[in-house]
Design a protein around this ligand. Structure first.
Ligand code: FMN
Length: 149
C-alpha cells in the first residue's frame, strides 16, 4: 500500500515530526503542502493530510491541496497538532474530503508546544510535545489503518 503524507508545519515543526513518524510507520512518502502537486496523489493508495492549528484552523494550504486533487474513492486520513490537541480541529478537512468523495479512514491529533509572551511566564503550553507518547500513538494510529484497509 503506497502512502503519501501531505503536511503543513511552520511554527516549531511539531506537525512535521508527527508526519515523519507516520511516514516511517507506513514506509510512505512525505511532501510539504507548499511543494504539493495535485497529480502526486494518483500514485498512492492512501493519502494523509496534516497541519498545525493556527487560530482554530488547519492551514489553508491543506484545504487547497484537498480541493485541487482527485480523491474519488481514495483512502485518506487527517491529523493535526495543536496546543490543546483535540481532534475537532480535523473536522473541516474531513468534511471537505467527504465532499470530494474520498474515504476518510482515520483522524489523529496530539498536542504541540506553543508559547506567547504571556505563556512564556509559565514555560508555554504543551511543553515537550509532541513527545514519545505522542509518537507511539501516531505509530499505533498508522498501524491500525494498515490493518483495516
Ligand atoms: C499563530 C498561531 C496560532 C495558534 N492557534 C492555535 C489554536 O487556535 N488552538 C490551538 O490549540 N493551538 C494553536 N496554536 C498552537 C499550534 O497549533 C501548535 O503549536 C502546533 O503544534 C504548531 O504546529 P507546527 O509546529 O507544525 O506549525 C497556534 C500557534 C500559532 C503559532
Amino acid at each position: 500500500m503506497k502512502t503519501l503524507i501531505v503536511y503543513y508545519s511552520a511554527y516549531r515543526k511539531n506537525t512535521e515530526k508527527i508526519a515523519e513518524c507516520m511516514a516511517g510507520q507506513f514506509c510512505g512518502d512525505l511532501v510539504h503542502a507548499k511543494d504539493y502537486n495535485e497529480n502526486d496523489v494518483n500514485n498512492y493508495d492512501l493519502v494523509g493530510f496534516g497541519s498545525g492549528v493556527y487560530n482554530q484552523k488547519m492551514h489553508p494550504s491543506i484545504f487547497k491541496a484537498i480541493e485541487k486533487s482527485n480523491l474519488q474513492n481514495k483512502n485518506t486520513f487527517v491529523f493535526s497538532t495543536s496546543a490543546v490537541g483535540i481532534k475537532k480541529y480535523n473536522n473541516d478537512a474531513i468534511k471537505l474530503l467527504l465532499d470530494k468523495n474520498a474515504k476518510v479512514v482515520g483522524s489523529f491529533s496530539c498536542r504541540g508546544f506553543f508559547t506567547t509572551k504571556i505563556l512564556d511566564i509559565f514555560g508555554g503550553t504543551a511543553k515537550g510535545h509532541p513527545n514519545n507518547v505522542d509518537f507511539k500513538n501516531a505509530e499505533k494510529f498508522a498501524e491500525k489503518i494498515m490493518n483495516e484497509i
